[in-house]
Write a protein that binds this ligand. Structure first.
Ligand SMILES: NC(=O)c1ccc[n+]([C@@H]2O[C@H](COP(=O)([O-])OP(=O)(O)OC[C@H]3O[C@@H](n4cnc5c(N)ncnc54)[C@H](O)[C@@H]3O)[C@@H](O)[C@H]2O)c1
Length: 246
């Protein structure tokens, strides 16, 4: 039995990593996926993945474009806000550009998408919003993740607020809080380190299970939260961390 049959699912950051794994998995579960990203080539390569995936080049930082996207596509059943970025460094290293760009992509873009798409969900009688947070957030800290942790804490705050305000309208809102996930952007961060092999080992061993998560494993949690299987789950920050926070 397909777990997302006939559901229209918008996924941001869908060209790469976790968002891409979610687009592929949701399509396998018979969703009608709208895969959103700024990376046109990455989106194009999704065509080969099969299933019903429509791709839209959209910069989620552009509020007018997000509003136009909501009007053009009509109501969705699921919004997975997955696009995000990692800035490194402590508070002393954090430039104003790092701070603002982290807030813009990790927080303000979720505000734009949620504000644009919730009215359609209300009109439809419900929906599920899944926001990408992190264990580095209000849950805990990691070295040199000042702006990142602050913005992911805000994601959990937004998630709980939306869950509280729209539970009566049938709209659920939950956050996913992974530890390290082996995605292209994670590899890119590791590759520029002094000793990439040692860094890969370190990132892997931070999880008591001894490895990073695979994007497909995070996509499974997104699928659960998107589907009706999680009908009683809202306002939750779901940790998926290989025992890191145990
Ligand atoms: N990889 C990890 O270890 C990890 C851990 C915890 C949380 N996360 C979170 O998961 C999410 C996905 O991470 P990932 O590692 O898969 O990243 P990724 O870099 O592989 O994918 C992010 C995607 O977002 C897209 N994007 C960036 N700016 C955009 C914009 N303005 N408009 C539309 N799309 C845009 C990129 O083009 C890219 O395709 C992020 O929010 C990240 O913070 C990742």
């Amino acid at each position: 039995m397909a777990r997302l049959a006939r559901k229209i699912c918008a996924i941001t950051g869908a060209a790469s990593g976790i968002g891409r794994a979610a687009a592929v998995l949701f399509a396998k579960e018979r969703a009608r996926v709208i895969a959103v990203d700024v990376d046109a080539a990455g989106l194009e390569s999704l065509d080969a993945e099969g299933g019903e995936i429509a791709t839209r080049r959209l910069d989620v930082l552009d509020r007018d474009a997000v509003q136009a996207f909501a009007q053009q596509n009509g109501p969705v059943d699921v919004l997975f806000n997955c696009a995000g970025k990692v800035s490194t460094g402590s508070v002393l290293d954090c430039s104003l550009d790092d701070w603002r760009s982290s807030l813009d992509l990790n927080v303000t873009a979720i505000f734009y998408l949620t504000q644009a798409l919730v009215p359609g969900m209300v009109a439809k009688g419900g929906g599920s919003i899944v926001n990408m947070a992190s264990v580095i957030s209000s849950l805990g800290a990691a070295p040199d993740r000042f702006a990142y942790g602050a913005t992911k804490a805000a994601v959990i705050g937004m998630t709980k607020s939306v869950a509280r305000d729209f539970a009566g309208e049938g709209i659920r809102c939950n956050a996913i809080c992974p530890s390290a996930v082996d995605t292209p952007s994670m590899r890119a961060r590791i590759d520029v380190m002094e000793d990439p092999e040692a860094a890969y080992e370190l990132f892997s061993k931070r999880q008591p299970v001894g490895r990073m998560a695979r994007p497909e494993e995070i996509a499974e949690m997104a699928l659960y939260l998107a589907s009706d299987a999680s009908a009683f789950v809202t306002g939750s920050a779901m940790v998926i961390d290989g025992g890191t926070w145990a």
